[in-house]
Design a protein around this ligand. Structure first.
Ligand code: ZN
Ligand code: ZN
Length: 152
């Protein structure tokens, strides 16, 4: 590993109030050259079963956390891909120019937020998703956390 590349996640967990509170989160791509630091806990954590998310992640569904844009700093080079969602809104995905990991995405209509894939945090204690969307496209064998809000 090159010097200067942070390999240890910097999230600090506080259990003082019973809820796992993220004070600082470091997300990194597969090669470690593109990193994001979230200085506040996520606004919402969700799962999406749409086919575009399945293709993007290569997984049965995508899991991601939404943060306030002014609480996230980005370090490293990224390339962008923009697609139009079913609702007509444009979404821009940013991925590492070296390893191709999607590290964040943004909705053109929601400039105040940034969405980061959960897997980038290497954090088994990350808060569970509270909402599951596009369930009409959910793989039949996928089971979801109890109490999650469902949307087609
Ligand atoms: Zn990378
Ligand atoms: Zn999706």
């Amino acid at each position: 590993m090159e010097s200067g590349v942070i390999t240890t996640p910097l999230y600090i967990l506080s259990r003082t109030y019973g809820y796992v509170e993220f004070m600082k989160n470091l997300a990194s791509c597969n090669c470690g050259k593109l990193t994001l630091c979230a200085e506040d806990k996520p606004i919402r954590v969700s799962i999406c079963h749409c086919f575009e998310c399945q293709k993007r992640t290569g997984s049965p569904y995508a899991a991601q956390a939404r943060f306030s844009i002014d609480k996230v700093s980005i370090s490293g080079d990224c390339k962008e891909y923009t697609r139009t969602g079913d609702s007509g809104s444009k979404i821009t995905f940013s991925f590492c120019t070296d390893c191709g990991s999607t590290m964040f995405y943004r909705f053109l209509d929601l400039p105040e937020v940034i969405i980061i894939p959960l897997g980038a945090f290497e954090a088994p204690e990350f808060p569970a998703p509270s909402i599951s969307v596009y369930e009409e496209r959910k793989l039949s064998w996928v089971t979801l956390p109890a109490g999650i809000e469902h949307m087609d």
